[in-house]
Design a protein around this ligand. Structure first.
Ligand SMILES: Cc1cc2nc3c(=O)[nH]c(=O)nc-3n(C[C@H](O)[C@H](O)[C@H](O)COP(=O)(O)OP(=O)(O)OC[C@H]3O[C@@H](n4cnc5c(N)ncnc54)[C@H](O)[C@@H]3O)c2cc1C
Length: 389
């Protein structure tokens, strides 16, 4: 069993963890990133990035690689309210949105973290935090998959970027700032033969659907419903998926008949959202570990990248334990919460499926407006992340 010392330990190596590690490493910190999975594995997602994520990937110099991987440009968004369609075209000259497969996005971020100096170790599961006599978190204990080799990694800050069921959040007993009640199920599959230039969202009473163009000439076509309806579909996901799509998006029938489903239908039952205390003595949470919401608003990746940058800036502003670090981390939490509150409330309402189409015509424009302060805050961060002198 070895013990190593670092400036920061990041637990989890997908969008939140890899982005945080790359920003910290790029600024000169000694960063160890531990990821329990193998590099490049897939995860359940509908892939849609919103404006803030594209702004950041571009600024970090990673958008080109994502485009080069064959991720199509999204130039419009269609909202289908029952029979009515509203199309919002991208502003002329604006950078198009993208929806990379997670087998593209996550490795691009992880490789960038490594290239910028982070020590990235996959197939390594963090099992617990290490504390000092005062209770302050000083690092983590981990075990390598396969060899079973265990170790301890120590650092002034341990960052939990380990997803919705975060080991770090549980180990530090991070409190809940908000706990949602509503949750929706999503069933998804990849299709060829669909148009690839726009997001399409469909809403009907108690059902939703979407088409998200992604890599390999395919679209991720998903259908949604309240979680309890998912429970009636056990063992018949394929039929349930097609029934939901027929209900929510009859307009897709032609493309489905002419296209081809590539691979199986996959399902997510849904769980209510939560927002946990973002930081404490020696630890911080980023991404779903600290703030998870229903995927219906397709904003988890965008928020994970946003919070990675907010957290990295806070850590770099005060990398050593003490009052300055406490204040910087408190500032991270305040900004995260301020930029999240409205979208979180709208997501909760949408995931309840208690709306009708009249309410939806107010909710969806409000959802778009709620993203604006986030985009402005991210655009304002045009200076590189720097380590405090
Ligand atoms: C069905 C579905 C569809 C979605 N669609 C969209 C969408 O269209 N757009 C969007 O923006 N968001 C979407 N999301 C949300 C998005 O997937 C998440 O918000 C995002 O993945 C959060 O990233 P993260 O890095 O915080 O966590 P994760 O992606 O969950 O990554 C956490 C990582 O930590 C690792 N880990 C966990 N525990 C440990 C441990 N103990 N030690 C070491 N490593 C550990 C895991 O292996 C994992 O790789 C969707 C979610 C679901 C479920």
């Amino acid at each position: 069993m070895s013990t190593t010392h670092h400036d920061a330990v990041v637990v989890g190596g997908r969008c939140a963890g890899a982005a945080t590690a790359l920003l910290l490493a790029e600024a000169g910190l000694d960063v160890l990133l531990l990821e329990s999975g193998r590099r490049g594995t897939d995860t359940l997602s509908t892939h849609a990035l919103m404006r803030g994520a594209v702004v950041q990937l571009d600024r970090w110099g990673l958008l080109e690689e994502i485009v080069a991987a064959g991720t199509p440009a999204i130039r419009a968004t269609e909202f289908h309210y029952g029979e009515d369609t509203v199309t919002v075209a991208a502003r002329p000259g604006s950078t198009p949105l993208r929806a990379p497969r997670r087998t593209v996005l996550d490795p691009v971020l992880l490789d960038a973290a490594q290239a910028r100096g982070a020590d990235v170790r996959c197939a390594t599961r963090v099992t617990d935090v290490v504390r000092d006599a005062s209770g302050r978190v000083r690092g983590v204990e981990y075990a390598e998959r396969g060899t079973g080799t265990t170790g301890t990694a120590l650092a002034p800050i341990t960052i939990g970027a380990d997803g919705r069921r975060s080991t770090i959040a549980e180990a530090v007993d991070a409190g809940y700032e908000h706990r949602g009640h509503a949750s929706g199920a999503l069933l998804l599959a990849y299709w060829s033969g669909f148009g690839l230039d726009r997001y399409r969202w469909f809403y009907g009473p108690g059902v939703t659907a979407g088409v998200v163009p992604t890599n390999d000439g395919r679209a991720c076509v998903w259908a949604g419903a309240p979680s309890d309806r998912f429970d009636t579909l056990r063992g018949q996901l394929d039929t349930g998926y097609r029934d939901l799509l027929a209900e929510a998006a009859p307009a897709l029938a032609g493309e489905m008949a002419g296209g081809r489903m590539e691979g199986p239908v996959r399902g997510f039952r849904g769980v209510p959202g939560h927002r946990r205390t973002a930081a404490g003595p020696g630890w911080a949470l980023v991404g779903d570990a600290g703030y998870f919401k229903d995927p219906l608003t397709a904003h988890g990746i965008t928020d994970a990248l946003r919070d990675a940058e907010l957290l990295a800036r806070a850590v770099l502003a005060a990398p050593s334990p003490g009052a300055a670090q406490r204040d910087a981390l408190r500032g991270y939490q305040e900004t995260r919460d301020r930029l999240s509150a409205e979208l979180e409330a709208i997501t909760e309402r949408l995931a309840s499926y208690a709306w009708d189409l009249t309410e939806l015509r107010d909710l969806l424009p409000a959802l778009s407006r709620s993203m604006q302060p986030e985009v402005e805050a991210l655009r304002a961060l045009d200076r590189p992340v720097e380590l405090a002198a």
